[in-house]
Design a protein around this ligand. Structure first.
Ligand code: SAH
Ligand code: SF4
Length: 371
């Protein structure tokens, strides 16, 4: 079984790259069809392939990148899925119904929030994903697998993607873009770039690179502070790419794409929720032509930050709007699962380290923050 880890993942390469000597193009297309259209879970199911080819595939490649460890939450609200990767690491995805099931109707649009790394090197002070540091990048196949496996285990069709799970997507640009190729391809997952949002903590040079990509992938910036002083306190990445440089990169991106981007702004009591920050935030947003998502902070175990009162949150939002920007307060529907991505996995990692039984108990009173 151990050798399985060494087999390359089939979906880390394109069908033309598969090392299958002498196997014709139409056969490769047939394999793709089994994977994407028919969602085969093993090579053995690909019954119209010659037995020899199925064997070769099985010997040389792994089809399953991830397997489900735990689901938390219910269909009507938000479900968090914990996956184990080959090699034993964990990552999470969060499935969010677009319309909550308030009237007993089935939600018919789903957004999936995906992870791009195991852990995160950026160490934002409020975030669970960075708490144990960075472990590794996810491969393209592991990124794509989160979508395919979520569809398989839940039976839902995913319409929108947000790269707001664990990790910094723009620090894993090559694999992110490889995954994007598969996700966008009509014969792949066929999810259009306009339905995909990539969130970054502010890697200015990579934002510029993304601006050159011909696709209309949406961009969200985790701003969380409207001055260097505040941002430096909570996001170490700001020392590397300070606000002026970052906002210039965003302006460049908006200009190239002719599309509104989003500023994500977590509200943390007494840290970044002053009205002076709101006024500056409005200035940045109107300059870049960005909409503002205000996200009341979700408590992370072991961190001291708390969310402001509703009164403070609404005063902040009002000040941003007075400054001429479009601002939405993201009060999420679900109150029944862990907050931000990274928390479920963090708990699991700690339990494994402590040798506890492999059970993940739902946390009380936390809210999902994705999308
Ligand atoms: N690394 C990327 C994408 C993953 S984080 C980024 O930072 O943008 C996705 C979003 O979740 C970010 O806006 C992040 O700041 C936010 N987030 C992290 N911890 C949070 C918390 N405890 N409460 C609310 N939002 C949080
Ligand atoms: Fe990493 Fe984003 Fe969390 Fe910052 S907010 S630690 S960049 S995942």
């Amino acid at each position: 079984m151990q050798t399985l880890v060494n087999k390359p993942l089939l979906l880390d390469s394109t069908s033309a790259e598969w090392e299958l000597d002498g196997v014709a193009r139409y056969r490769r297309d047939q394999i793709s069809q089994w994977i994407f259209a028919r969602r085969a879970a093993s090579f053995g199911e690909m019954t119209d392939l010659p037995a020899g080819l199925r064997e070769t595939l099985d010997t040389n490649y792994e089809l399953r990148a991830i397997s489900l460890v735990h689901v938390q939450g219910s269909r009507d609200t938000t479900r968090k899925l914990l996956w184990s990767l080959r090699g034993g690491d964990y990552v999470e995805s969060v499935l969010i119904p677009a319309s909550p099931d308030l009237y007993g109707e089935r939600a018919d649009r789903f957004t999936l929030c995906i992870s791009t790394q195991v852990g995160c090197a950026y160490g934002c002070r409020f975030c669970a994903s960075g708490l144990e540091g960075f472990k590794r990048n996810l491969s393209a196949g592991e990124i794509v697998a989160q979508i395919m496996e979520t569809e398989r285990v839940t039976g839902e069709k995913i319409n929108n993607l947000v790269f707001m799970g664990m990790g910094e997507p723009l620090a894993n640009y090559k694999n992110l873009m490889r995954a994007m190729d598969i996700i966008n391809a009509p014969k792949g997952l066929n999810i259009g770039a306009r339905h995909i949002t990539v969130s970054t903590s502010g890697l200015a040079p990579v934002i510029r690179k993304l601006a050159e990509d011909p696709r209309q992938i949406r961009l969200a910036l985790s701003l969380h502070g409207a001055t260097d002083e505040v941002r430096d306190r909570i996001m170490p990445v700001n020392k590397k790419y300070p606000l002026a440089e970052l906002l210039d990169a965003c302006a460049y991106h908006s200009d190239r794409k002719k599309k509104m981007m989003t500023f994500e702004y977590i509200l943390i009591n007494g840290v970044n929720d002053g009205l002076d920050q709101a006024a500056m935030l409005a200035r940045h947003a109107t300059r870049i032509h960005a909409k503002v998502n205000l996200i009341p902070y979700n408590k992370v175990e072991g961190m001291d930050w708390v969310r402001p009162s509703m009164k403070r949150i609404h005063a902040f939002a009002a000040r941003v709007r007075e400054g001429g920007a479009v601002a939405t307060v993201r009060l999420e529907k679900g109150h029944d699962i862990d907050a931000a991505c990274g928390q479920l996995r963090l708990r699991r990692v700690r339990e494994d380290a402590a040798g506890d039984p492999k059970v993940v108990a739902p946390a009380e009173g936390a809210e999902p923050r994705s999308a």
